[in-house]
Design a protein around this ligand. Sequence first.
Ligand SMILES: C[S@@+](CC[C@H](N)C(=O)[O-])C[C@H]1O[C@@H](n2cnc3c(N)ncnc32)[C@H](O)[C@@H]1O
Length: 288
Amino acid sequence: MSQDAVQIIARGPRLVAEAAAVAIDSDPTLEGATYSILEEDEDHDVWRIDAFPTEPFEIDGLTALLAGYPQLTVSVDKLADADWLAMSLSGLPPVRAGRFFVYGAHDTGRAPVNAVKLRIEAGAAFGTGHHGTTEGCLSAYDDLIKARRFDKVLDVGCGTGVLAIAAARTGSRVAVGTDIDRDSVRIANENATINDATARFVHANGLNDRLVAGQAPYDLVFANILARPLIGLAQDIKGALKPGGIAILSGLLRSQERMVRAAYLSRGFRMVKRLHRDAWATLVLERP
Ligand SMILES: C[S@@+](CC[C@H](N)C(=O)[O-])C[C@H]1O[C@@H](n2cnc3c(N)ncnc32)[C@H](O)[C@@H]1O
């Protein structure tokens, strides 16, 4: 991470903010830039993009891209400390998603008795439960396990490992995850230990790993990554699932739902459910 970490904030109407978010997703040079999009003021149609570029070329790329949307008001603020991510997470409140209660060390003792408690230390990884995509995946999963048990679960793009850990803690015998980011894999394995969960995480691109292949076929695959990789991985995810198995997909914007859905429906998947959180969509699909 560069010394001068910045936060770029862009505010404007939903359609414009969503179009800018799609443009960020489509720009291969901005693949590593983390951002979120959410509704800030429902009454006045104010949506907000928060981007956290870590390299000078990402700052330049994002600023130039957002300048192409004159209806957005853009500000670039220096963050006081290079450890901005840890700082921003340390004060976050716990999250309740279905039966799951996701909390950090600072919230120990606040968990309700009847919840499945997941203590997640994020560090530099994504997945505290606060993001609409993680929360959407956990809520969709919580709903499914009311009626069905998923013996083997795969989590593609595990981040903190929160999704596979949730599965391991609710009866899945096998819970494995992959991430292209080595720090995330380390953090996810640490979180598995903290939560006494038999989940295992490996460094891999998509499903491309011997452990992942060795445990296939799966009853359920989580993939909370971006729209483009979700489309690119459709065939691999189908190949890794049992017939009748479930894919929970997130990381896509509502505006990208149709194209992601098409990639899976064209392979015979059936749409089971979709959830919306802020601008984000979570899709639940069943393999033929
Ligand atoms: C949005 S985060 C999701 C984290 C967590 N699963 C959750 O739901 O909160 C996406 C994660 O996918 C990882 N990722 C992106 N592309 C990937 C790929 N092709 N293969 C494996 N992991 C990938 C990123 O490094 C990041 O940790």
